[in-house]
Design a binder for this molecule. Structure first.
Ligand code: SAM
Length: 257
């Protein structure tokens, strides 16, 4: 039975075999890898990945797709009827205790909250490869002082190395999305490259600063830090959010008591 793509679940199925191979090749999978796929859909990536690894878990929210995939699943594939936004990664770290390699052609409507949900569980993650809307990948990878640089850039780069791997046109999917897509690789830093800080405080500072990105940090952060504290970080209170590096934001967050 042909599946009718459901917009509410962000269903755009990959149909271009070359792109599918390129994505799977970019993973450089090892047989011992512990892979978790988010949103396997009709199995475009799943059936290419499964023969390459010992075991693969896949989380699918759509009951019809879950049932269809479960019926065709090879022995090493475990399909779970599960909302990825609520997943606990600990459940998928097997007895080998190997950190997860997460992969997914993500539903675009939930990609940012999903990535934040996963980043809260970063100790369980070895790396992540995601298909996302091109602009979201550009924002993740953006450098300081560029228009794309914002909350997503800082929060993701604090925890991960970001690589923009491949541009994917709408023709690679069925139905075709209205936007271009891109594949991103996110690799959590093995040893932290920034001083440790409370992630909630960092998120709060970054959100305040970019919510009012045209204001100086003196104004946007006035409920959190004063001029003297900003200056102690070696920063001019007249700067705007876009001019602050990840390290600058971390330093400001550590000033807050
Ligand atoms: N991986 C398939 C492919 O590349 O053809 C499907 C990709 S499609 C863009 C997104 C998939 O994620 C769909 O199968 C959809 O049902 C599933 N999905 C949507 N929201 C989800 C959620 N919260 N948790 C798990 N899966 C979800």
């Amino acid at each position: 039975m042909k599946h009718q793509a459901r917009k509410r679940f962000g269903q755009n199925f990959l149909q271009d075999k070359n792109i599918i191979h390129n994505i799977v090749n970019s993973l450089h999978l090892q047989a011992t890898d512990n892979v978790l796929e988010i949103g396997p859909g009709q199995g475009a990536l799943t059936f290419e990945i499964a023969p390459l690894v010992a075991s693969l878990d896949a989380l699918e929210i759509d009951r019809d797709l879950y049932q269809a995939l479960s019926q065709q699943a090879p022995a090493n594939l475990n399909v779970h009827l599960q909302d990825a936004l609520k997943c606990s990664l600990q459940d998928y770290v097997t007895s080998s205790e190997q950190a997860l390699r997460i992969v997914g052609n993500l539903p675009y409507n939930i990609s940012t909250p999903l990535i934040f949900h996963l980043l809260q569980q970063v100790p369980y993650i070895k790396d992540m490869h995601f298909m996302l809307q091109k602009e979201v990948v550009q924002r993740m990878a953006a450098s300081v002082n560029t228009p794309e640089y914002g909350r997503l850039s800082v929060m993701v780069q604090y925890l991960c190395r970001v690589e923009n791997l491949l541009l994917v046109p709408p023709t690679a999917f069925y139905p075709q999305p209205k936007v271009d897509s891109a594949i991103v690789r996110l690799t959590p830093h093995q040893t932290p490259i920034y001083p440790p800080c409370d992630p909630k405080l960092l998120a709060d500072v970054v959100t305040r600063a970019f919510n009012q990105r045209r204001k100086t940090i003196r104004n946007s952060l006035k409920d959190r830090v004063n001029d003297q504290q900003i200056t102690q970080c070696g920063l001019d209170p007249q700067l705007r959010a876009q001019q602050l590096t990840v390290a600058n934001f971390v330093e400001i967050a550590t000033m807050i008591k």
